[in-house]
Design a protein around this ligand. Structure first.
Ligand SMILES: Cc1cc2nc3c(=O)[nH]c(=O)nc-3n(C[C@H](O)[C@H](O)[C@H](O)COP(=O)(O)OP(=O)(O)OC[C@H]3O[C@@H](n4cnc5c(N)ncnc54)[C@H](O)[C@@H]3O)c2cc1C
Length: 300
């Protein structure tokens, strides 16, 4: 039975860059990916040097082509559904019924976002309503924007987005949960706070045009940012016994190794925020180098 040097679970920028480094290190590796990256809702990705503005699909297809040039790299479009330690590594089971034996694992399964419950929000998410001003702030520069958030997150997001547009409103869809001091700072910057319940978001083809409240009031807004909660896209780290930190990210050391020897983590799995393609790719590269160093130490 074949045993891979390393199996990478998750083929976003973290997993793909890990595969590139491991392939170039002549290691037999398997990249298992179910193909649901969290930025798939958006048309353009920004801030990755030489690839600014590229579509997520094109980014992936270029990366997969580069990675699969190396003969020891294999790609499996599948989902890993369970994992367990064996005497000399790990055994993974996939949704399509496969079994994989591997010496090392890189977990790069990423995150899933949970949007707040607002009518129609999914139509605008990733098109004119975003999560990260560093990724999409430039495109929304100087536009009338809405911040869909409450509490400390709303205050922080408004403060950040103010760097890109001064025409901001906060819609908290209920109690804003802001302190008097925060409300006063926001008021001094002409950022109104609307606590009324939102009826729905309006617009066409993903382009937001207004926020409608249940009291009938209509607020013209052509884009914005939303605070969403994040969960791991997979629970494999839990079944493998990897510890997480206070933010929920899988804890890793300087080489990308988790608290379980032989298991590494990279990308959003190991860093909840701030999160970007280039950071994920860099972390994937680091974890791959950690894997190679471990294998070389064991074999030399
Ligand atoms: C709307 C939006 C816009 C964004 N825009 C930008 C931008 O402009 N610029 C930027 O730098 N960043 C942007 N980001 C952030 C960026 O998408 C992430 O930081 C990046 O994708 C993280 O890469 P990753 O490899 O860690 O995870 P992902 O890209 O999420 O990849 C994880 C992969 O693992 C797979 N997977 C999960 N579980 C399993 C399993 N059990 N078995 C097999 N495969 C599995 C998933 O299907 C997925 O393909 C944006 C994010 C969002 C949500």
């Amino acid at each position: 039975m074949k045993q891979y040097d390393c199996t990478i679970i998750g083929g976003g920028p973290a997993g793909l860059n890990a595969a590139l480094v491991l392939g170039r290190a002549r290691r037999n590796i398997l990249l298992v990916d179910e193909g649901k990256p969290r930025n798939r809702v958006t048309h353009h990705s920004h801030g990755y040097l030489t690839r600014d503005g590229i579509s997520p699909q094109e980014f992936r297809s270029i990366a997969q082509k580069e990675v699969l040039q190396y003969p020891t790299v294999q790609h499996l479009p599948d989902q890993v559904i369970s994992s367990q330690a064996t005497e000399d590594g790990f055994r993974l089971e996939t949704a399509k019924g496969g079994s994989i034996f591997t010496k090392k694992i890189i977990l790069s399964t990423g995150l899933t976002g949970n949007l707040p419950s607002i009518q129609n929000i999914e139509h605008f998410y990733g098109k004119s309503l975003f999560v990260c001003p560093f990724c999409d702030g430039w495109e929304l520069s100087d536009r009338p924007l809405v911040i869909l958030a409450k509490g400390q997150h709303a205050f922080h997001l408004a403060k950040m987005v103010y760097n890109w547009s001064r025409d901001l409103v906060i819609c908290s869809n209920g109690d804003p949960e802001l302190s008097e001091a925060q409300l006063s700072i926001l008021s001094n910057r002409n950022i109104p706070v609307y606590g009324q319940p939102i009826k729905e978001l309006r617009g066409l083809d993903g382009e937001l045009s207004s926020v409608e409240f249940t009291d009938g009031q209509l607020l013209k807004r052509t884009g914005g940012f939303v605070d969403i909660s994040w969960t791991h896209a997979s629970t494999l780290h839990l079944s493998l016994g990897c510890e997480t930190d206070d933010t929920g990210a899988v804890r890793t050391d300087a080489s990308g190794q988790t608290t379980v020897p032989g298991i590494f983590a990279a990308g959003d799995t190991a860093l909840f925020s701030p999160s970007q393609l280039i950071i994920a790719a860099g972390e994937g590269s680091k974890a791959a180098m950690g894997v190679v160093k471990d294998l070389v130490d064991e074999e030399f």
